[in-house]
Design a binder for this molecule. Sequence first.
Ligand SMILES: [Cu+2]
Length: 147
Amino acid sequence: MLKHTFAVYIFLFTTALYSSSIEVIDAYIRAVPIGLPNSAAFMKIKNSSNKIVYLQKVVSTSAEKLELHEHVMSGAMMKMQHIPTIEIPANTTVELKPGGLHVMLLGLTKPLVVDDFINDFSLFFSNGDVIQLKHLPIKSAMNEMKH
Ligand SMILES: [Cu+2]
């Protein structure tokens, strides 16, 4: 009985110790027709800590290169631009969405087919958090219109 209680205590302690202040919600990758080299990933990133956190790096075997991008106005045209980090202010949720911030996938290594999944997609944050998405859905760009 004593042993049992001790095990529960250890479990609670480690859970509290490693509980993350960063949460990734509603993440998906945009499906693209076969032959197109690039795509993008979108999601909401929630920072429930009292400190600013930066998304610094994304690693996945689904593309040769992954970059953090934003959209900026260039004259009358929207243009994508590579940025070093994505800032997640304290106690704020930042949305990566079409026409805004996104994770750019350059040089796709496999077809991105609707209803399929990407099984490795890791996000590295400045506070040391690493979020590994193992079931990242691939969705049609048409779904984006519904929002
Ligand atoms: Cu881009």
